[in-house]
Design a protein around this ligand. Structure first.
Ligand code: ARG
Length: 569
């Protein structure tokens, strides 16, 4: 695709003798459209050229020359050079590209030969899949898909929490009271009850706690009874998780969770010992990170059992060997920031390639609160994600029943809208921010919501159905699309590929969600101002084709977010 930024930066580069890639990196999009499509901030060169930015701007301007069919105008404003892209060139280019690439518009090869691991979801077995894991799954799924679309070789890993002392506890609770609970009917809930009860017992009686620890040790040593129970817990949990993944349309390449590393930790501890980074403290083996302000990272507890961090270190070593990753992203709530700082620090001593050490990254996201108040597993006030998703669908069904009772594919559409609403809600703001969950906001057909995007999509569908066949690009007269609302739509369509790149640069899916809102809004303005179904065939065809382009990009972008499009609304 014609790269206007590149055209501008190459010209400036020739004039000032600075690498054009560097110049391109400085080019901005002005906050106000009237100031131009692109701006070059001359203060970036002030130091090396030893001149004031406005003087630099004037000097460059004197020497600049562009093909008017590409860059129609440029001017100086203070220390900035502003550029106006030729609208017709832009419209023609973007329509031609979408026509050419269709559902692959915006994809690229920039990720070729780069290995990326996205670790996401990672719920704990025998515990409820909570609303935080839902957000995690949605964020990770989006990053996974966008990296893939940009040509990266991506591996999606669900690092199941399927190991640790809590399983010693659960086994103990099951031994004591298993008969009292109807586990096969509702496994996770019943096991959670047992878990809460055994935790209470541990608090009261040190001997119970000791028995739990003993169980986990036995599990680590491969004791038949413990392993069998644990396998059963895991199987039942995975069944329940799978229902959620199916509803969301989420898949993983690997389900290697914590237990997978149970036989891979000794090696890691040996390497750390050999590199003299471990020491003993109160019977435990630790890495002291106090001098880096990161406290102490426990590697082995005093009974020699492993902990969460040990398993994560073994996972880093294993992933470096197996996937030779350039980036390993951990989508995990910000509460675990210290944990990841610690293991990333210790990873420096694991004898893995430098690029792997540098590629470790914690993608942090904020908490979700219900508008009705906080929730906790212990008090039993946490909503179950399965119920939440089902409720989203049933609420949507009710809305459809009221608004459009005769809709075809009612069930299928209710599912797409309900789930889409939840997905979009989780991605519509900067992911690090905490968010409040409120049904009315989530399901609204207006505002910053998934249903709004879907609504605009369905509108484009309706428009195109009325037009009949989508006109051929070759027959389109792009000069019919030069009014401001059409150009605005084209400008937004043009940005799509850049937005996807920025999603991966910042690991920030909300950039894509915000982009889709912008596109939907631009199209709504266009739709209201420029009626598509006019008598003039030339105008009608051009506007219909632009509508088709919007539909295509909304569909691609939404699918990358993890949101499907309904046929009707
Ligand atoms: N299972 C953990 C939890 O639910 C998250 C695991 C995060 N990933 C990791 N490699 N530590 O809190």
């Amino acid at each position: 695709m014609l790269d206007f930024k590149e055209i501008i930066s190459e010209k400036i580069s020739q004039i000032v003798g600075v690498d054009s890639k560097e110049i391109k990196g400085y080019i901005e999009v002005p906050p106000d459209k009237n100031m131009g499509d692109y701006a070059f901030p001359c203060f970036r060169l002030a130091k090396s050229l030893k001149k004031a930015p406005p003087a630099i701007a004037e000097e460059i301007k004197e020497k600049l020359e562009f093909d008017k069919n590409l860059i129609s105008k440029f001017d100086v404003q203070g220390g900035y050079l502003n550029f106006f892209v030729n609208s017709e060139a832009l419209v023609k280019e973007v329509l031609g590209e979408i026509n050419k690439f269709k559902e692959n518009y915006g994809s690229s090869y920039i990720g070729q030969n780069k290995n990326i691991i996205v670790e996401y979801s990672s719920p704990n077995i025998a515990k409820p899949f909570h609303i935080g894991h839902l957000r995690n799954t949605i964020i990770g799924n989006c990053l996974y898909k966008v990296y893939k679309f940009l040509g990266y070789n991506v591996t999606g890993i669900n690092h199941l929490g399927d190991y640790g002392t809590q399983f010693g506890k659960l086994i103990e609770g099951y031994k004591r009271w298993g008969d009292e609970y109807d586990i096969s009917r509702d496994p996770i809930n019943e096991l959670t009850k047992i878990y809460i009860r055994i935790n209470e017992a541990c608090k009261e009686d040190e001997e119970v706690l000791e028995a739990c620890r003993e169980n986990f040790k036995k599990l680590e040593e491969g004791d038949d009874y413990c392993v069998e129970l644990w396998n059963w817990f895991k199987k039942e949990s995975l069944k329940e998780f799978q229902r959620i993944y199916d509803l969301l349309g989420v898949k993983f390449d690997s389900l290697n969770g914590e237990s997978f590393y149970s036989d891979k930790m000794d090696e890691v501890v040996e390497i750390l010992d050999k590199n003299k980074v471990t020491k003993m403290s109160q019977g435990a083996k630790i890495v002291d990170l106090e001098d880096k302000g990161l406290g102490v990272c426990i590697i082995r507890k005093s009974d020699n059992s492993s902990i969460y961090a040990t398993r994560d270190l073994a996972a880093i070593k294993y992933r470096a060997n197996t996937y030779d990753f350039d980036k390993c992203l951990y989508v995990v709530a910000y509460e675990q920031a210290l944990h990841f700082k610690q293991i990333f620090e210790v990873a420096k001593y694991l004898e893995i390639p430098e690029k792997c050490v540098n590629g470790l990254e914690h993608v942090q996201y904020g908490m979700t609160r219900l508008s009705t108040g906080k929730m906790s597993t212990r008090e039993g006030t946490a909503i179950k994600v399965n119920d939440l998703l089902e409720e989203a669908i049933s609420r949507t069904t009710k809305i459809i029943e009221e608004k459009n009772p005769d809709m075809v594919d009612k069930e299928e559409n209710a599912k797409k809208i309900g789930i889409g609403a939840i997905v979009f809600n989780n991605l519509s703001n900067t992911i690090i921010k905490d968010q409040v969950f409120d049904w009315d906001n989530v399901l609204s057909f207006q505002g910053d919501t998934g249903p709004y995007i879907q609504y605009v999509y369905v509108r484009t569908k309706g428009v195109l159905e009325n037009v009949g066949d989508i006109p051929k690009f070759e027959d389109i007269d792009t000069s019919c699309l030069l009014d401001s609302s059409a150009v605005q739509v084209a400008t937004t369509l043009y940005k799509f590929g850049d937005v996807l790149k920025s999603v991966t640069d910042k690991n920030e899916p909300s950039l894509l969600a915000r982009y889709l809102l912008e596109l939907a809004q631009d199209y709504t303005v266009f739709y209201n101002e420029d009626k598509v179904l006019v008598d003039d065939e030339k105008v009608k065809n051009a506007r219909a084709f632009l509508t088709y382009c919007v539909q295509t990009v909304i569909k691609i972008g939404s699918s990358l977010l993890g949101m499907e499009m309904p046929t009707k609304m």
